[in-house]
Design a protein around this ligand. Structure first.
Ligand code: TIU
Length: 220
């Protein structure tokens, strides 16, 4: 066991049951012309976390701990895309439309790829998910059980959408969740801070927060 100097209080880490979940670090959210930009967001904000996310991933790999990646994307025939998601709002491109990085948010298209800086290594699990949360309509829960994980560190984008949704799903399923505050980002800085605050309020009601350095120290 190792002690993680986290907020709102320190947490005992069991390295045998700890994994990293990197949420949706895809070109569709991080680069111009993708899904995030189609919704009217300034995607350049997200790129600042790439070095911290890379160091976190390296730390887990060096410690021999599992790294699981997720991608938000849909089947090419759109059979897993609810009309309520496709038809929402007035984006410049809808999910499935052809864009500069291929069809927006579709599995197998360039935009759905994880950015090259954080490319999964051979053997690392990549979960394609049609929802914001990683448990919905995927085998994510089975993968966590197979790997014997009980504690999950979260990184990725965006903090208050896919990261927080997945943390909440995991928290309800009995996992202890830790958000790496410098390896997650939102298009809305105030929403990132609000998500951090609400996760660790009320005695870690959703989970803990810690920096990449603090997490690396605990697993090193
Ligand atoms: N729009 C937004 O902030 N996020 C998403 O749609 N997906 C994820 O967070 N991955």
């Amino acid at each position: 066991m190792a002690r993680l100097d986290a907020e709102p209080f320190a947490l005992e880490i069991d390295p045998g049951a700890l994994g990293l979940v990197v949420i949706d670090m895809q070109r569709d959210f991080m680069e111009p012309g993708g899904f995030g930009a189609s919704l009217g967001n300034d995607v350049s904000l997200l790129r600042a976390i790439i070095p911290a996310a890379a160091r976190l991933i390296e730390g887990f790999r060096a410690a021999g701990l599992p790294v699981i990646h997720t991608r938000e994307c849909h089947r090419p025939d759109l059979s897993d895309l609810p009309p309520a998601k496709r038809d929402r709002g007035a984006p410049t491109l809808r999910i499935g439309d052809p864009g500069p990085m291929g069809r927006v948010l579709i599995a197998g298209e360039p935009g759905a790829d994880i950015i090259p800086e954080l490319c999964p290594k051979a053997g690392e699990v990549v979960i394609d998910k049609p929802g914001k949360g990683a448990f919905h309509a995927t085998n994510f829960g089975d993968v966590l059980k197979e790997k014997g994980l009980r504690q999950l560190v979260f990184a990725g984008v965006t903090t208050e959408v896919c990261v927080q949704t997945t943390m909440r799903e995991a928290n309800d399923r009995g996992y202890e969740c830790i958000l790496a505050t410098d390896a997650t980002e939102s298009y809305f800085p105030a929403f990132k801070q609000a998500a951090i605050d609400m996760i660790r309020a009320q005695g870690a009601i959703v989970g803990w927060t810690a920096s990449t350095d603090q997490i690396r120290e605990a697993i090193g």
